[in-house]
Design a protein. Structure first.
Length: 65
């Protein structure tokens, strides 16, 4: 798993129950990244698991944690 930080806000469709709502600065534990650009992970502040596009996050080095 890798850690990532949201770099922009994301408000997914109300009909998409798997997508995560992100706010700038949110920390995520990324569990999987697909070649189509979708990631799956856990939003650490709510402990909710879901999906999000990789373009909304920056991946962190261990020093940034």
């Amino acid at each position: 798993p890798a850690k990532a930080r949201a770099i922009k806000d994301r408000l997914p469709s109300l009909y998409d129950k798997r997508s995560l709502r992100l706010q700038v600065g949110d920390l995520l534990l990324v569990q999987r990244a697909d070649t189509n650009g979708q990631c799956e992970g856990i939003l650490l502040k709510t402990n909710r698991q879901g999906t999000f596009p990789f373009t909304y996050v920056e991946f962190l080095d261990h020093d940034d944690i």
